[in-house]
Design a protein around this ligand. Structure first.
Ligand code: SF4
Ligand code: SF4
Length: 74
């Protein structure tokens, strides 16, 4: 069976740094960046890209729809 890995892309300019996605991730993939976007929010980013399972939780909980989840067959 092919292994599935996930990847997420965060629209960092729209992210408000609410932290919901980092808490919702079962694999502890996401973190808030130390850097801020042009509105002054610490945006979400992947800290452990290899751990993403593509479950979609982060995209589901983001109130602003900033996260797109991809699934990749390895
Ligand atoms: S898709 Fe799932 S595993 Fe991947 S970053 Fe989002 S919540 Fe975490
Ligand atoms: S849930 Fe959305 S708005 Fe909140 S930190 Fe994550 S990407 Fe940003």
């Amino acid at each position: 069976m092919a292994k599935i890995q996930g990847a997420v892309v965060v629209d960092k300019e729209r992210c408000k740094g609410c932290d919901l996605c980092t808490v919702a991730c079962p694999s502890d993939v996401l973190e808030l960046a130390k850097e801020v976007n042009s509105k002054g929010y610490n945006y979400a980013q992947m800290k452990k890209p290899g751990e993403c399972i593509g479950c979609g939780n982060c995209g589901y909980v983001c109130p602003d729809g900033c996260i797109t989840v991809y699934k990749v067959k390895l």
